[in-house]
Ligand binder design. Structure first.
Ligand code: RFL
Ligand code: PHB
Length: 394
């Protein structure tokens, strides 16, 4: 089989890229290990930057998002029993924070791609990359363990296969530098059936640890609790989760957390990670395959969307006007923005989490940071513009 751009991974990065290429008349095939059902059921991100929403609308997949998404004008920081609103809309000249689940975005993208004749090879096994530094790189895989081996010969390969996929390790170790920071924090995430407790997201810093109140729909809420990343879900009964959430979200201003049946629980660990460069030969990495941020800044999916816009532009210039120089600068263009999101995500994470290593001095600094952010307009503008997404520099 032959295609122009072989894409590994049908996550936000891979699906968006395939759609952007389709709109430019560039052919692609996506190879994905999971089934469509599994992809459409995995609970992950919730917050979309204005730029990501604009992109989804521009490529014609924003219809359900506009009906079912939640558009918030701000969010709240809760510390020392008080909530402080960051009025993002006003501070950023009219931008919104959109809450619309990642798996809903994926459903919309998969359906749009299949409707337009896009090829997605779900449940591919033993996917590997070959001849990356040649003119004709290849993706090899089989469908089913006794299926025939298949090769897709491509002009380029886009590695959109997340942090654990085979693309990044296919770059010779000597040709990439990996920057990494691990955190002693994990998030226990729950989905509950209940009306929302607050009209906007609440990020809470508490001596007992971080908590986050988010939403999915008027009937389903998403809540997170900082836990030890090595902790076992079996240690977290529903009662214990509610006790902790109530303690961390207690305020003097009458906020009431509404409880409801918990129907999903999971624990995720967090890291900061960057691979530099994000390209090698004819392989280009995008999204989590190239970089990871801790979820406190709500940036991961949004960074993936930004990468593939740059990449699609590079492919378009290559095929339309035989210009390779933009594609050659792909990594350099993306990494400038990636590092700023890494900075912001780390800043939010260290400001809001309880750290066993922290001295009383560090704890007072956390509070001073929060007080400054919520009392200085200059600081609030900086927080808001980062949260809603820095401009995409092409
Ligand atoms: P994904 O989503 O991991 O997709 C990669 C795809 O590649 C497939 N794959 C393979 N395919 C073929 N062959 C192989 N060998 C393969 N190995 C893997 C996988 O099956 C998968 O389908 O990466 P992508 O596209 O780069 O997208 C990144 C985002 O998913 C991620 O950054 C976000 O979920 C991060 N994130 C958030 N981002 C936001 O922008 N806003 C948020 O509010 C937000 N909240 C979150 C988050 C991530 C979280 N977790 C679970 C880590 C909240 C949480 C709790
Ligand atoms: C979510 O709703 O899943 C969510 C919201 C904000 C974050 C991370 C995740 O920072």
């Amino acid at each position: 089989m032959r295609t122009q751009v072989g894409i590994i991974g049908a996550g936000p990065a891979g699906l968006l890229l395939s759609h952007l290429l389709y709109l430019q008349g560039i052919e692609s095939v996506i190879v994905e290990t999971r089934s469509r059902e599994e992809i459409e059921e995995t609970i992950r991100a919730g917050v979309l930057e204005q730029g990501t929403v604009d992109l989804l609308n521009a490529i014609g997949v924003g219809e359900r998002l506009n009906k079912e998404g939640h558009f918030h004008e701000g969010f709240e920081l809760l510390f020392q029993r008080k909530r402080h609103r960051i009025h993002v809309h006003e501070l950023t000249g009219g931008k919104y924070i959109t809450v619309y689940a990642q798996h809903e975005v994926l459903k919309d993208l998969i359906s749009a791609r299949l409707q337009t004749g896009g090829q997605i090879r779900f449940q591919a096994e033993q996917v590997s990359l070959h001849d990356l530094d040649s003119e004709r790189p290849k993706i090899r895989f089989r469908q089913g363990s006794d299926g025939e081996w298949q090769d897709i010969v491509c002009d380029f390969i886009a590695g959109c296969d997340g942090f654990h996929g085979p693309s990044r390790p296919s770059i010779p170790a000597a040709r990439r530098t990996e920057y990494q920071k691990l955190y002693p924090f994990g998030w226990l995430g729950i989905l509950i059936q209940a009306p929302s407790s607050a009209p906007e997201l609440i990020y809470a810093r508490h001596e007992r640890g971080f908590a986050l109140v988010s939403t999915r729909s008027p009937e389903i809420q998403r809540l997170y609790l900082q836990v030890d990343p090595r902790d076992d879900l079996a240690n977290w009964s529903d009662d214990r989760i509610w006790t902790e959430l109530h303690a961390r979200l207690e305020t003097d201003d009458g906020f009431q957390l509404i409880e409801g049946p918990i129907f999903q629980k999971n624990i995720v660990s967090m890291r900061s990670f960057v691979c530099d460069p994000m390209q090698y030969g004819r392989l280009f990495l995008a999204g989590d395959a190239a970089h990871i941020v801790p979820p406190t800044g709500a940036k991961g999916l949004n960074l993936a969307a930004a990468d593939v816009q740059v990449l699609a532009r590079g492919f378009s210039l290559y095929y339309r006007s035989n210009q390779r120089d933009y594609l050659d600068r792909y990594s350099e263009i993306c990494l400038r923005r990636v590092w700023k999101a890494e900075r912001f995500s780390r800043f939010m994470t260290t400001m809001l989490h309880r750290d066993e290593q922290h001295s009383p001095f560090d704890q007072r600094l956390q509070l001073a940071e929060l007080e400054y952010l919520t009392s200085s307009r200059a600081a609030s503008v900086s927080l808001a513009e980062n949260y809603v997404g820095l401009p995409l520099e092409f």
